[in-house]
Design a binder for this molecule. Structure first.
Ligand SMILES: *Cc1c(COP(=O)(O)O)cnc(C)c1O
Length: 376
């Protein structure tokens, strides 16, 4: 592509920059009942299980829509009407799961910590000891609100010790941060096509323990979100119940082919970690401060505290970066004014250095002396 037709680089948590091969895979039409597509669909489902090291124990059930559709479908299918959820909240995605459970009319308790603080394992342990009605614990692997990495293995171990069910929103971490069903015991894990696996948006999926899903008939309030029914029909006919997002699935298959060729989870973790390091180091040199200490910061999206310099105006800053070919992301925090810059997508350190160059130019142009935030 020439520079005039180059799309802006998306430094966002998804949808994100995809490779040309992934985009080009969509330039065809397929019949949804044709053998070619059926084979592609099966490969995608098998590969997703492989990434989670969940072959044999779990099944992969896809669903049309964005990631939230998969979250809602999974909760609706797995949480029975007499069940009670405990949701660990430290950001918007934990809160969204609570909202879903309220829509479903199921019982729900919460354990909330600030957006820059992982859940308290002690409180989780105590809550499960004290409330025998809780059947399911719901948590977020990487809370994209801040980019914080939650201690998924420790959470899973506590839930297992109390013999409750665990549902993980792994949307923004799946494929980049290792999560093996052999090491972390979970009943369901949700993610989507358009985050770390670098596909295009339009499909969510849930990796569900087979022995659990087998018992979920009739739980869902919704036909189109019933993952039990979706699974049974997929197994019987190899076809989706309703029109599948074919182009999304074919692009996802192509994106996963590249994922494996680039070293799978380990390769992606390395590239994204390097992106984060280059980005954070460069921002710190300009005086910017990150919300999270390095040990809590996942290599997915970085939250930058809003500079105190009165010349800094986020919208103007955003627009100037966009004019130079880089799209960043607004903040979603309640604890502090901030903005976010993603490290995921088909991007490497050259793109991060490119972004830092245009940030440096923009900061100078706007007369911002330092990126330092208001002192705490
Ligand atoms: C992106 C994301 C979702 C799903 O968001 P959609 O906009 O519905 O795709 C859910 N949870 C987390 C943690 C996410 O990062």
């Amino acid at each position: 592509m020439t520079s005039s037709t180059q799309d802006p680089w998306l430094l966002t948590p998804g949808p994100l920059t995809t490779s040309m091969a992934t985009k080009e895979a969509m330039l065809h039409d397929w019949g949804s009942r044709d053998a070619t597509f059926i084979a592609t669909n099966q490969r995608v489902r098998d590969n997703l299980l492989k990434i989670a090291e969940a072959e044999g124990s779990h099944v992969c059930v896809p669903v049309q829509g964005s990631g939230t559709f998969a979250v809602e479908a999974t909760i609706a299918t797995l949480l029975p009407r007499g069940g009670k959820a405990l949701v660990l909240i430290n950001g918007a995605y934990g809160k969204r799961m609570v909202k879903i459970i309220e829509y479903l009319g199921r019982a729900c308790a919460t354990l909330e910590t600030p957006e820059d603080t992982p859940p308290s394992l002690e409180d989780l342990d105590d809550t499960l000891s004290n409330d025998p009605h809780i059947t399911h614990v719901l948590t977020v692997h990487c809370e994209t609100t801040s980019g914080i990495l939650n201690p998924i293995k420790e959470i899973a171990d506590i839930v297992e010790r109390h013999q409750r069910h665990l549902i993980i929103d792994a949307m923004s971490a799946f494929g980049a941060i290792a999560l093996s069903a052999k090491e972390v015991r979970f009943d369901a894990l949700m993610a989507s096509s358009n985050k770390c696996l670098e596909g295009v948006p339009g499909m969510g999926f849930s990796i569900i323990r087979k022995s659990i899903l087998e018992k979920c008939k009739g739980n869902s309030h919704s036909l189109s979100l019933d993952l039990y029914d979706q699974w049974v029909v997929l197994e019987e006919t190899k076809q989706w119940r309703f029109t599948p997002p074919i182009h999304v699935i074919v692009a996802f298959d192509k994106a996963m082919e590249q994922f494996f060729a680039q070293g799978g989870v380990e390769g992606r973790y390395k590239r994204y970690s390097n992106n984060r390091k280059v980005l954070v180091d460069g921002l710190r040199k300009m005086g910017f401060e990150m919300l999270l200490p390095d040990h809590l910061q996942a290599p997915i999206i970085v939250t930058v505290k809003m500079p105190a310099d009165p010349s800094f105006d986020f919208q103007a800053f955003y627009d100037r970066l966009k004019d130079r070919g880089y799209i960043i992301y607004p903040g979603k925090l309640t604890v502090a004014p901030s903005f976010r810059i993603g490290c995921i997508g088909a991007l490497d350190e050259n793109h991060m250095n490119g972004a830092l160059d245009v940030i440096r130019e923009t900061v100078a142009e706007m007369g911002i002396k330092t990126g330092a935030p208001v002192a705490a």
